[in-house]
Design a protein around this ligand. Structure first.
Ligand code: TYM
Length: 332
């Protein structure tokens, strides 16, 4: 049995990028009987840029939990839990912070981008990848399914695991990222040179998975393309159209070549209309389940169970780490 770990920040918006790059993949992976999934709501990560309003944060955590289940994660196959409820995440995050160097954290692209936005730069934003390393190493994860933007954080995680093992002996598994060839970097609808991001100031650039079909259709309709009118998969010269083809292929689980052939002689408007339809068809049942789950006590039962299972492994791991380092007293 191999462990697999991944998380998403509860920021209130779950984008189509999060869904196609991460959640849709979790759903497929949970059906592999050789894998044990630990999927969490990364609430400690959601305070690294700024502290959201308290009630809002609570609501966003619950919303993401309901969303994961609505997408088909099942408690029999996946341990679903809230990061802050397993206190060892913060503990191992701190150890990883001490093991890392400021220079390597300063080099993280996501940190540089967020810092460049010119807002305040809390220390948590800089040390965030060390918390992420802790999240992963706590569970001896072999695999970490993520979108392309997390690749660098995974490389750091691997470096930190190796550094710890070299210094203190074999404690951590060195994890492998699972980054799908298609859908790992869904682009912004308004600027296909950038990734689709929930922190984008322009809401037209992303699709929020809880939006209405009408809102989705409008956003797809106004997606930036080009003026040559030919539907062809060519990310370099036709980033807008290529992004729409990738979204179509990932939503429908089709090869990009097949989608390209399907729309070869069609207009951009026809492609956009079909795309809006397939996205809506995918999202509507998820939204219906989400609405049933959001206020259901069943959600708490699942989160309790996930917390218990995760805590068991996390406690065992942190004890081993403290013993290796020599923290506290040696307990019998
Ligand atoms: P977050 O919350 O920004 O994103 C969640 C997941 O969605 C993927 N993703 C995308 N995939 C394709 N196209 C896009 N445009 C796109 N935007 C986002 C992300 O790559 C990610 O897989 N640090 C993480 C959360 C985290 C985590 C972890 C993940 C915390 N601890 C441990 C894995 C393991 C984050 O902020 O993801």
């Amino acid at each position: 049995m191999k462990n697999l770990v991944s998380g998403i920040q509860p920021t209130g918006i779950i984008t189509l990028g999060n869904y196609l790059g991460a959640i849709k993949n979790f759903k497929l992976l949970q059906d592999n009987p050789d894998l044990k999934l630990f999927i969490f709501i990364a609430d400690l990560h959601a305070i690294t840029v700024s502290f959201p309003e308290k009630e809002k944060l609570r609501q966003q955590i619950r919303s993401l939990a309901a969303f994961y289940l609505a997408c088909g994660l099942e408690s029999e196959k996946t341990n679903l839990f809230i990061q802050s409820e397993v206190k060892e995440h913060a503990e191992l995050g701190y150890i990883m912070q001490c093991l890392s160097h400021v220079g390597e954290l300063n080099r993280m692209t996501q940190y540089k981008e967020k810092k460049a936005k010119g807002e305040a730069s809390p220390t948590g934003l800089l040390t965030y990848p060390t918390l992420m390393a802790g999240d992963i190493l706590l569970y001896d994860a072999e695999f970490v399914p993520v979108g392309d933007d997390q690749k660098q954080h995974l490389e750091l995680t691997r470096d930190l695991a190796i550094r710890f093992n070299n210094r203190f002996g074999e404690v951590f598994k060195v994890p492998e990222p699972i980054i799908k060839p298609l859908g790992a970097r869904i682009k912004s609808l308004t600027n296909p040179d950038k990734k689709m991001s929930k922190s984008d100031d322009n809401p037209k650039s992303y699709i929020n998975m809880l939006e209405t079909p009408a809102q989705i259709r409008n956003k797809i309709k106004s997606a930036v393309t080009d003026s040559d009118g030919v539907i062809r998969f060519d990310p370099e010269n036709k980033p807008g159209i290529s992004n729409l083809l990738i979204i179509y292929a990932t939503v429908t689980n089709t090869e990009i070549k097949t989608v390209e052939a399907q729309f070869k002689d069609k207009s951009y408007a026809e492609l956009k209309e079909s795309l809006a339809q397939v996205i809506t068809a995918e999202i509507e049942p998820i939204q219906a389940r989400y609405n049933e789950l959001i206020n259901s006590p069943y959600l708490d039962e699942i989160l309790n169970k996930g917390k218990e299972n995760a805590s068991f492994l996390a406690a065992r791991k942190i004890k081993k780490v403290y013993d290796k380092i020599g923290l506290g007293r040696k307990l019998k």
